[in-house]
Design a binder for this molecule. Structure first.
Ligand SMILES: [Cu+2]
Length: 629
């Protein structure tokens, strides 16, 4: 059993992070303690990898497929060795009305430019009384500048991550909804451009899928509870297929792999820390230890969550039988905070290298060969592993050499505990199926991508990433030193191309995500060191530092990007097709809820007619002026 204690400086404050826990150590003395499962009691690689069902339409709407995705509470067996857990997740309702729940949720399979409608229904209610269910995980009512205090904790909204969609279908936190109409029959809040969130338990979004072949994912994006709900089960894959991909003869054996680290109670229920005390004594009797006596909530957010068990496709340390041939694995890191550094190792200690063929938003220009693949929360990489030539009975183990704590790109980083989170899954090679599908290939040229020209951009935005503290002394992450609820400051003109600089003066890598767009990476440039605080940086680029070009696996389309500490990371995007309310944020879920997220709005071009709200009236006006950056 290994404990790793890390300290992190934050001005005069020291935050103690216990990142690998002594599971099962809690003593139930005061009735408040929660005995935890010791991950070392589990036999690894005993359960087969779960394969998510493909979502099926329930009917049609306006001539296009209609999918009914129900959001409900159900039991999920993460392992045959522990009791099933009560989770909140997604299921598709078939044409006969039967809902097929799973974790991860059903995978969509749609084609580029194919319009689909998805009706999301919040069924998180007591089946008898209809009362909203309470979130099984500890809800911090102090988040989002107090906006969420007193609201039903089953509120949810579904964001299609990587989706290129109108603001009204984006599923950002301003649009969340409960199982019953909000108090007074009204919605919870107004988005920055004045659109109220829905006041019913159902919304229907239309996705036009005007984007290329890629693995997107849909997940909960509720206000202040996003750090709980994807962990609790609200996550699923969304695969877009296109003609280019079909023409490449890629390996037809394709299995999406969704990674999430977890922590379980001894009774099999999911455990999520209830406050900073749980980072020191997980499951202990004083979860709010370290907070002031006037802290007004029964639970507190923590700086980052790291579990002590790895799951893939909702299965604890699974195994997967493979033939000795090529397999395509689109990878998704759906964890709260964990950065995975993945390696596929053969029994002789050598590695099967990753062939990285795609990134978040599509196929790469050319495949990239790599022994280790680093993937942060929200990121996807499309990969191929080649088991060709391995004799039947060979076992290939996927290891994780990323940290059991914040990812800092520190050369002295301690890798994840090799007895637990350092292992992910196994591939068991069996005899080839001679009548199976052909192997497919990985062509040397995949996807021609035209580079966007920074010189043609309409302007540049500078976004600083800062550590701060709230009134209770808790670590709070901010963008441009501005809380989420402050008025919108990023107003983008439709069709403009913009450069965004993420200036990271924190000690950690943060995976920054923009809604609406897929972007390109321009590069990274070191910041000037802070002469007054050794080891810290000024929010200012070192003019003598070179602009580091993106590595080859970042030469395609991205929507979530590792922004390095002590660097300015620059991206470029064109904001086409759709207007409305969006957000951009760190995809460490414990960060985006507190408060590393900001709204942005895309407004129509000058000369177009648009609706605005003013004093309760809705007016039709013609935009005259282009918004300045
Ligand atoms: Cu972050």
């Amino acid at each position: 059993m290994v404990t790793v204690l890390k300290t992190r400086s934050m001005g005069s404050m020291r935050i103690l992070l216990l990142v690998t826990v002594l599971a099962g150590m809690a003593t139930p003395i005061f009735g408040q303690a929660l005995p935890l499962l010791d991950p070392l009691t589990l036999t690894k690689f005993s359960d087969p990898l779960f394969s998510m069902p493909v979502a099926q339409p329930s009917g049609t709407m306006n001539g296009s497929p209609l999918y009914d995705i129900n959001i409900g509470q159900f039991q999920w067996s993460f392992s045959s060795q522990i009791p099933a857990a009560t989770i909140w997740g997604y299921g598709y309702a078939d044409a006969s009305g039967v809902t097929h729940y799973s974790f991860p949720g059903p995978t969509f399979s749609v084609n580029t430019n194919e319009t689909v409608n998805v009706r999301y229904t919040n069924l998180l209610a007591d089946p008898v009384s209809g009362a909203p269910l309470s979130n099984p995980l500890p809800v911090d009512t102090t988040l989002m500048e107090g906006m969420i205090a007193g609201l039903p904790t089953n509120r949810t909204v579904v964001h299609l991550h990587g989706g290129h969609n109108p603001g009204i279908y984006d599923g950002n936190p301003f649009q969340d909804f409960s199982s019953t109409p909000a108090p007074g029959g009204t919605s919870f809040w107004m988005s920055p451009s004045g659109i109220p969130s829905p006041a019913t338990n159902t919304v229907t979004y239309t996705y036009e899928n005007k984007q290329q072949s890629a693995l997107l994912w849909y997940h909960d994006h509720s206000m202040g509870t996003t750090h709980l709900n994807p962990y609790l089960g609200m996550a699923g894959g969304y695969k877009i297929n296109d003609a280019l991909e079909a023409s490449l003869n890629l390996p037809p054996r394709m299995v999406p792999l969704v990674f999430q680290d977890k922590m379980f109670q001894a009774d099999g229920q999911l455990f999520y820390p209830r406050g900073p005390g749980d980072l020191v004594t997980p499951g202990g009797a004083t979860p709010l230890a370290g907070l002031p006596a006037n802290f007004p909530s029964a639970a507190s957010i923590i700086p980052e969550f790291f579990g002590n068990v790895n799951t893939v496709n909702g299965t604890v340390w699974p195994k997967m039988e493979v033939e000795p041939t090529l397999y395509r694995f689109p990878l998704l890191n759906a964890s709260n905070s964990r950065t995975y550094m993945l390696q596929a190792q053969k029994p002789d200690g050598t590695f099967i290298n990753w062939n990285i063929i795609g990134s978040d938003g599509g196929l790469l220009p050319a495949p990239v060969n790599a022994q280790a693949l680093t993937i942060m929360p929200g990121e996807r990489y499309d990969t191929v592993l080649d088991f060709t030539g391995l004799p039947a009975g060979t076992v290939v183990t996927m290891h994780n050499v990323g940290p059991d704590g914040p990812f800092m790109r520190d050369p002295a980083m301690v890798p994840a505990d090799p007895a637990t989170t350092g292992q992910v899954m196994q591939f068991w090679v069996r005899a080839p199926n001679l009548y199976g599908a052909p192997a497919g290939t990985v062509p040397s040229a995949l996807n021609p991508i035209t580079r966007l020209d920074p010189a043609a951009a309409a302007g540049t935005r500078n976004i600083t990433l800062n550590e701060s503290a709230d009134q209770y002394g808790r670590l709070m992450l901010l963008l441009n030193q501005t809380p989420f609820a402050a008025p919108v400051t990023e107003i983008v003109n439709l069709n403009d191309t913009e450069v965004w600089n993420f200036i990271n003066v924190t000690p950690d890598v943060h995976p920054m995500h923009l809604h609406l767009v897929e972007f390109q990476v321009i590069g990274r440039q070191a910041l000037l060191p802070d002469p007054l605080n050794p080891g810290s940086f000024l929010p200012q680029v070192d003019p003598g530092a070179p602009l580091l070009p993106p590595p080859p696996e970042e030469m395609g389309w991205k929507d979530t990007l590792q922004t390095w500490p002590g660097y300015q990371t620059s991206i470029i995007a064109q904001f086409t097709d759709y207007t409305g309310d969006y957000v951009y944020h760190c995809h460490i879920l414990d960060h985006e809820d507190f408060d590393m997220m900001r709204p942005f709005v895309v407004v129509p071009e000058p000369g177009t007619l648009c609706l605005v709200t003013l004093g309760g009236a809705i007016l039709l006006i013609r935009r005259r002026l282009k918004h300045r950056i």
